[in-house]
Design a protein around this ligand. Structure first.
Ligand SMILES: [Zn+2]
Ligand SMILES: [Zn+2]
Ligand SMILES: [Zn+2]
Length: 323
């Protein structure tokens, strides 16, 4: 009996030991763990005008005027560097207050109270107007770094109310040059690159974000892939993630208008462009910047099922991506 008890005891400890060895012991081996390393966090996935969209009487916005959907925030990406305790924002949207709150919650120990830098893509309403919440009528911030391309910078400096943010030193404009990297730390770089878009007030850029282990492309707005001087498939091979313009799913959404006249690549066009990609390579694509009409906003739609079955990802608010 005592012998049996001993055997059972030995078995118990050996099992315990096996269980113990399964738990990773080094943090370096799991840079994806929240609160460690460098990571991206999706803070919004909607086209500039968000949802519900003013005066929309279609099914897509039904109920949203009465009760807002907390996941419907305008397209924005957060960057968390736990090594330096700094946090950054890509695009200043009308939802910036809640988006900076989500960023703060993701890094409660960060040194800055608001944000360590904001990178702007272009001067369309969903991408820069959130800056107004840094001004006198709002938080009245002190010299928040705002990284901008030359035309964007002169647009902000020479037009009210944005210019007041500069003269009051609520923001400090930091110049960007296309294809020149900005080092945020020895292992974190951000590089702007020009993309074709409706450039009334500023140029439009996408960003390459390079962390210690992985790289990401952020292109929330672009006219068409074939109007870009670079090749999407080639660029995709160089990175681990690509957050891509998915404003419209298809022409159907716009009453079957001629898609060649719509200055965005539809999701179906992007899928077609990448049709020769393996499932593994397709999984790098994270669709975002959805118009209020886009069926990919609905988890249960046929479009959502199709896109996921083909191996692509659909961006959802607060999804995290280790760099
Ligand atoms: Zn946009
Ligand atoms: Zn709608
Ligand atoms: Zn735009």
């Amino acid at each position: 009996m005592r012998f049996l008890y001993l055997i059972l005891l030995l078995l118990f400890f050996s099992c315990q030991e096996k269980k113990m060895t399964k738990v990773p012991t080094t943090f370096e081996s799991q840079p994806s763990a929240p609160g460690l390393g460098v990571s991206l966090i999706l803070l919004g996935t909607l086209q500039d005008a968000g949802a519900p969209q003013l005066n929309c009487t279609k099914k897509c916005c039904q109920g949203l005027f009465e009760q807002a959907d907390s996941v419907r925030k305008v397209s924005s990406l957060g960057l968390l560097d736990f090594n330096t305790q700094k946090k950054y924002l890509f695009d200043a949207t009308p939802d910036i207050s809640k988006q900076l709150y989500a960023l703060k919650k993701a890094m409660p120990t960060a040194s800055s109270s608001i944000v360590d830098g904001i990178f702007l893509t272009h001067a369309h309403i969903g991408h820069y107007t959130g800056l107004m919440y840094l001004g006198k009528e709002a938080v009245n911030s002190t010299e928040v770094s705002v990284f901008t391309m030359p035309k964007m910078s002169s647009f902000i400096s020479s037009n009210g109310p944005w210019s007041q943010l500069v003269t009051n030193r609520n923001i400090a404009l930091q110049p960007l040059v296309a294809n020149q990297a900005i080092s945020l730390s020895p292992s974190l770089q951000v590089t702007p690159f020009l993309v074709p878009h409706r450039d009334e007030y500023s140029e439009t850029v996408g960003y390459l974000i390079e962390g210690p282990h992985k790289k990401a492309l952020f292109i929330p707005d672009i006219d068409k892939w074939n109007r870009w001087e670079l090749n999407l498939a080639t660029e995709l091979k160089k990175v681990d993630y690509a957050f891509l313009d998915a404003t419209f799913y298809s022409a159907k959404e716009l009453g079957n208008r001629d898609m060649s006249q719509i200055p965005h690549p539809s999701v179906l066009e992007t899928i077609q462009t990448l049709k020769d990609f393996s499932m593994e390579e397709r999984a790098k694509v994270i669709f975002t910047h959805f118009n209020h009409t886009n069926p990919l906003l609905d988890n249960a739609s046929e479009a959502t099922k199709k896109v996921l079955a083909l191996g692509f990802k659909i961006g959802r608010i607060h999804d995290r991506f280790p760099l």
